[in-house]
Design a protein around this ligand. Structure first.
Ligand code: MG
Length: 437
């Protein structure tokens, strides 16, 4: 609402806040990956958000802040989509709160680092910094540019939409009938803030510091700036600039944006098999989950046959050498190693080839352990390592009806089939060095 057209865009950095954790949901077994990883037109939501920042006038670097829990897999999942960013994209692990995650994103943009593309970092922060929600994939270029212009002029700016519904304050919950409406909030006094929000770097740094000092928790950065006493200019937002919060939001966006463009590389399949002998001591670990009633499998690493089969499946799908070649058992680094490291490395190798996991189907073969009580926990653990929803991980167990070495309980075998999907290189926005300094 305060346009300032006609000025050249000052240099800016951007942080994409996409660190929301899926752990709470993954534990439920069936629930999806964090929503910012759900696909829209063939690309994760947060990739759309990052692309909007890369395409914004004056933007030099974009920090993409991903969940800290399972960071290597999340990074590998989205990195192939952002190669077209001209080496301007950095990834970092988020913290426990949005404020901590945004701070880490700012640090990742900071001095002395190395760009994702291998170039040297700028020595000074940009004059402006924008923060954009990873789950807000449809910010129009005009809106983004207007927010940046307003921030350059006023120090801080946010896009807002004016409510059209009648707004009430809610009374405290009182009894089984639930909450009641209290007084009306005058609609003309209310606005809903979207992202991207943009700030002079000093304003955002000081707003984050002030909030940290006094324990203030805001749901966006404009609220931190207001808490710290800075004016925030309101720019006309757009109701189509949705933050995906419910499945209906995503359905609406998919209707609007349409399916993935045809002509991408087809998916690739990989198959893995592994078997280990049971020992007498220790605790079995399968899929990164402990089975306390069953002794450990013997092995150079932690003996997690399920993750070994999975690792080989991922490596096989991109034609990479197998787990024994990538992580030789003669290497002391892998003695007793947690096998999640093997999966993470395999996912990185696949990402370097332009592929990310899309689905896995796993089978355990043996007389023990009893999988049932731990099935969803193992699925969620595997899903987190691959960066896919738990609903995309199949897991079965079978015996061999008393026959052979598995039937005699001497050991346990695992099979894994994975599908890797091609990232769409060239789908990224025009990159290039668009610095206007
Ligand atoms: Mg093995």
């Amino acid at each position: 609402m305060m346009p300032a057209r006609g000025r050249p865009a000052p240099p800016a950095d951007a942080v994409v806040a996409a660190a929301g954790s899926g752990v709470r949901y993954a534990a439920a077994g069936e629930a999806p990956a964090p929503k910012q990883f759900l696909p829209l037109a063939g690309r994760p939501l947060l990739v759309h958000a990052a692309e909007a920042m890369l395409a914004a006038p004056g933007v030099r670097r974009v920090a993409v802040v991903l969940p800290g829990n399972g960071f290597p897999a999340w990074r590998a999942r989205v990195e192939p989509f952002l190669r077209g960013g001209g080496g301007r994209v950095r990834f970092c692990a988020g913290g426990a709160t949005r404020q901590e995650s945004v701070r880490r994103g700012l640090e990742a943009l900071g001095v002395g680092g190395v760009e994702a593309g291998g170039g040297a970092a700028e020595s000074e922060p940009a004059e402006l910094v924008a923060v954009h929600d990873g789950a807000r994939p449809a910010a129009a270029a005009d809106l983004v540019a207007e927010v940046f212009r307003a921030a350059a002029r006023h120090g801080a700016a946010a896009p807002v939409v004016r409510p059209t519904d009648t707004l009430f304050r809610m009374a405290p919950a009182n009894g089984p009938e639930g909450r009641r409406l209290a007084e009306v909030i005058p609609r003309e006094d209310a606005a809903a803030a979207q992202t991207p929000q943009c700030f002079r770097r000093r304003v955002l740094d000081e707003a984050l510091d002030a909030a940290a000092r006094s324990g203030f928790a805001g749901t966006d950065e404009a609220s931190l700036a207001r808490f710290a006493g800075y004016p925030v200019a309101a720019v006309a937002g757009d109701s189509r600039n949705l933050k995906v919060t419910t499945p209906a939001d995503l359905e609406e966006l998919r209707r609007r944006v349409g399916p993935a463009p045809p002509g991408g590389a087809p998916p690739r399949l990989g198959f893995g098999f592994d078997a280990h002998r049971f020992g007498e001591t220790g605790t079995l670990i399968l899929g990164g989950v402990l089975f306390p009633e069953t002794p450990a499998l013997l092995g150079h690493s932690d003996g997690d046959a399920l993750l070994h089969a999975l690792t080989d499946a991922v490596l096989g799908a991109v034609g990479a050498p197998d787990i024994g070649a990538v992580f030789p058992s003669t290497d002391e680094r892998w003695r007793g190693a947690a096998s999640g490291r093997f999966v993470a490395r395999a996912v990185e190798i696949a990402a370097a080839a332009g592929y990310a996991p899309g689905q896995a189907d796993l089978t355990l073969i043996g007389e023990r352990p009893r999988l049932g009580p731990k099935r969803d926990e193992v699925r969620a653990s595997v899903a987190r390592r691959l960066g896919i929803p738990a609903s995309s991980v199949g897991l079965k167990a079978t015996t061999t009806d008393g026959m052979g070495w598995t039937g005699r309980g001497e050991g346990l075998a695992a099979q894994a089939l994975v599908r890797l999907d091609a990232a769409a290189p060239g789908d990224a926005p025009p990159g290039g060095e668009s610095r206007s300094a």
